[in-house]
Design a protein around this ligand. Structure first.
Ligand code: FAD
Ligand code: DLZ
Length: 509
């Protein structure tokens, strides 16, 4: 009997398991732009436009390949409000009783589909390199989960960057070569920009009309929206940026939104690119002598290691992971996370501004600027999680939540990472040129004009002492704090209290 074949907005892969299990001659592909998905957080308008445009292009490709596609457009009043409701509508329309789907990424939608009146047969999502059962087996019985050991197993399992049983070059990890600040004189590659075609222009009009209260700049819209365009973006990355990817991975530079990052995560997470293919291509660049090992290993580790690891943690920990709050942080998310003009901190302003423009910020901005500030200011991790989920074009809960709740906020108590990424202003100063133009002074540790990161850092350590002091990786910082004079410590805490009070009043920081 014919079935419905559900293809979600982040499942735009020609080799999707649900499509492989379906029969072109009888089955009907269902795709839909629905209120429930577009509205579970206030997604950035570029993110919605990207997904709708990529979905419409994907539907066209499927049709050209001979599939019947029932596509629900956002501006069509007949389109149902949610994915399960759309399946019910299409089942009635086509006289079909069952559906197949590739397992979806988020617990929220998995639960909704489990209750769908049209029974959905779920296929594993084999676009990931580590099946969820294998991750669970790897994690079982371990006292501590650490990405590095998972990554080594993945290298052995895939043979990526291996020489027999040994890692290429003799080391698993070349991160010690990868912490250089960038220099203004360096040549900066830029990700290619794609002109919207008629399909994408139509989507931009829909988003303009229907999402007026969502954040972010819709135009100029330049994202790739087809697998071919995404491949062209990947080609440009491998050619121009990969060789420097390692060296400047942690750098920030004023006015440079992308540096040597790939800017491919939105395409990868939506299914337009394949993770194993990207890793193999990176390896080939090294083997051909066009990119150094520290760059290629660093890049492969992000995809083969981190990306798979966070997905494993998300599946392992279950739907309540997003509510963890180990450090009991309760402060509301400051308004300047939505409006960069509302803060005087140059690094935060730059990260938020480019986030609003591009629905993109690179890893160190996410981790060490907006992430660290929220951590040391004691912002409620769930509010922060919803912000990250909304504003980045690559954000889906399976990848965003472990990075925010776990890596950046330590709200899972050290399950994902071994220590909180707390830092004072010195970190941003070392890795960027923001401090030179900032209204605050990074060298001033407390009181008038002090960079807020400075007193907030010590306040964070002080107020979380009970939970953090036993962590061996934090011991040195507690010793430094304890060696400060009483007057210095009291002044630092006063200064932090003043900043926190300003945040709570909604005053400018
Ligand atoms: P590159 O720097 O070029 O890295 C290469 C690829 O590695 C990326 O495309 C991405 O697929 C992968 N990758 C790198 N780091 C990670 C990581 N920590 N977890 C998973 N994959 C990784 N990534 C998302 O895809 N979606 C998110 O919602 C997301 N939220 C984040 C929130 C916080 C607080 C932090 C600290 C990180 C987050 N990341 C997220 C991870 C990382 O910051 C982005 O993947 C990266 O910035 C995307 O830009 P890029 O493609 O230029 O990456
Ligand atoms: C993120 C997103 C958005 C904004 N809109 C849609 C949509 O209208 N239709 C759709 O199928 N998918 C959309 N998505 C992606 C889904 O939210 C994503 O598939 C789930 O979160 C995965 O569990």
């Amino acid at each position: 009997a014919p079935r419905l074949v559900l293809v979600l907005g982040d499942q735009l892969s020609p080799g999707l398991s649900a499509l492989r299990a379906a029969d072109k001659a009888h089955d009907v592909v269902v795709m839909a732009e629905v209120r429930a998905e577009a509205g579970y957080v206030r997604h950035h308008r570029k993110k919605i436009a990207f997904l709708f445009a990529a979905m419409r292009h994907f539907a066209e490709t499927l049709r050209a390949e001979g599939w019947r596609v029932a596509y629900g457009r956002y501006d069509d009043p007949e389109t149902a409000g949610s994915i399960p409701a759309e399946l019910v509508r299409r089942a009635a329309e086509y006289g079909v009783e069952t559906a197949i789907a590739t397992e979806c990424g988020e617990w929220r939608l998995r639960a909704a589909l489990a209750e769908c009146p049209v029974p959905v047969e779920v296929q594993a999502d084999d676009r990931f390199l580590c099946p969820r059962e294998d991750f669970a087996a790897w994690a079982r019985g371990r006292k501590q989960l650490r990405m590095e050991y998972f990554y080594r197993d993945m290298r052995r399992r895939t043979g990526l960057l291996m020489e027999g049983d040994d890692p290429a070059g003799g080391q698993w990890n070349y991160d010690h070569d990868n912490r250089k600040p960038a220099d203004r004189d360096l040549f900066m590659p830029a990700p290619p920009r794609f002109e919207p075609d008629a399909i994408t222009e139509e989507v931009l009009d829909v988003v303009e009309k229907h999402f007026p209260d969502h954040p972010g700049d819709l135009r100029p819209f330049w994202f790739a929206v087809t697998p071919d365009q995404a491949q062209a973006a990947a080609d440009a990355f491998f050619r121009a940026a990969l060789p420097h990817f390692g060296d400047y991975q942690d750098a920030m530079l004023r006015g440079e939104k992308f540096l040597y990052h790939s800017v491919l995560s939105a395409y990868l997470n939506a299914g337009l690119l394949d993770p194993l293919d990207l890793c193999r291509r990176a390896e080939a660049e090294w083997r051909a002598g066009r990119a150094p090992l520290n760059a290629v290993e660093g890049y492969v580790r992000q995809i083969l290691g981190w990306r798979e690891y966070v997905r494993g943690i998300y599946d392992l920990e279950g739907p309540d992971y997003v509510s963890r709050n180990h450090l009991d942080a309760r402060r509301d998310l400051p308004a300047f996370y939505w409006n960069p003009d509302a803060t005087d901190m140059a690094c935060v302003k730059a990260a938020v501004a480019q986030t609003m423009e591009e629905a993109y910020a690179h890893h160190i901005q996410r981790l060490m600027v907006t992430g660290t500030f929220a951590l040391i200011a004691g912002v409620d991790p769930h509010q922060l999680h919803e912000w990250y989920l909304a504003v980045y074009a690559d954000a889906y809960e399976w990848v965003e939540a472990p990075n925010v709740i776990g890596m950046s906020q330590f709200a899972d108590g050290g399950l994902l990472g071994s220590k909180p990424y707390a830092a004072s202003g010195a970190y941003v100063d070392r890795m960027s040129d923001h401090c030179a133009t900032c209204a605050y002074l990074v060298k001033v540790k407390r009181g008038k004009g002090a960079c807020p990161f400075n007193p907030l850092y010590w306040d964070f350590l002080n107020r979380n002492r009970e939970k953090l002091a036993r962590n061996p990786r934090m011991a040195q910082m507690y010793r430094t704090w304890d060696r400060m004079s009483d007057e210095n410590r009291a002044g630092t805490l006063d200064s932090a209290a003043d900043i926190l009070a300003r945040l709570d009043r909604g005053a400018r920081v």
